[in-house]
Design a binder for this molecule. Structure first.
Ligand code: B12
Length: 145
């Protein structure tokens, strides 16, 4: 059975192009994707993760307010008893001069992996396969199996 990924843009952020590409990439890689769209609240992420028994929650943020929007995010997930892997990516800080420092701040907020805006979506797919211990990679391989 395919693993489920919850995807959305957090807070008041309306940048939609990035998650559309991520949705297509993860679907092509064989995941079931629930795309919550833009301007998604923490509660909406958590409730979708719980109701779909999701393996992963992918948060996108482009407009520079990710850190405020993600305060308490993992506590909200825990409140819904979901232990999904969490990734965040996009334009995570205004300026973003030192991504290592940005990554560290989001790791401290509880995210398992943190990606910058130069990330090739295939890189995130590979990371998720690794984190979930998925060995069969191509959808057509699964069809042949
Ligand atoms: C198009 C655009 C808009 C459009 C959005 C239209 C829409 N509905 O999507 C409009 C004009 C509405 C807009 C508005 C604003 N924007 Co704007 N926008 C852009 C722009 C030019 C392109 C974004 C885009 O579509 N990129 C193409 C996609 C494919 O790339 P992407 O979004 O980066 O996503 C990829 C990666 O980031 C990564 N990724 C993203 N999320 C995640 C999550 C995970 C888990 C992973 C693994 C990877 C990942 O993978 C994606 C696919 O490859 C960028 C500048 C830029 N060049 O990035 C500014 C930019 C994002 N906007 C910016 C700003 C400030 C705003 C506004 C606040 C401006 C204002 N003062 O009103 C508003 C915010 C409105 C709101 N409520 O969201 C800033 C953000 C600054 C920051 N973070 O430091 C940017 C960077 C411009 C700039 N240089 O100042 N914007």
């Amino acid at each position: 059975m395919a693993q489920t990924v919850i995807l959305g843009v957090i807070g008041s952020d309306a940048h939609v192009v990035g998650i559309t590409i991520l949705e297509q990439t993860f679907e092509a890689a064989g995941f079931d994707v629930v795309n919550l769209g833009v301007q998604t609240s923490q509660e909406e992420f958590a409730s979708a993760a719980a109701s779909h028994d999701a393996e992963a929650v992918l948060v996108s943020s482009l407009y520079g307010h990710a850190e405020q929007d993600c305060q308490g995010f993992h506590e909200t997930l825990a409140g819904h008893e979901t232990d999904a892997v969490t990734y965040i990516g996009g334009n995570l800080a205004v300026g973003q001069n030192d991504f290592a420092e940005t990554r560290e701040r989001f790791r401290r907020l509880g995210f398992d992996r943190v990606f910058d805006s130069e990330t090739d979506p295939e890189e995130a797919v590979a990371a998720l396969r690794q984190d979930l211990g998925i060995h069969s990679t191509e959808p057509d391989e699964r069809v042949r199996a």
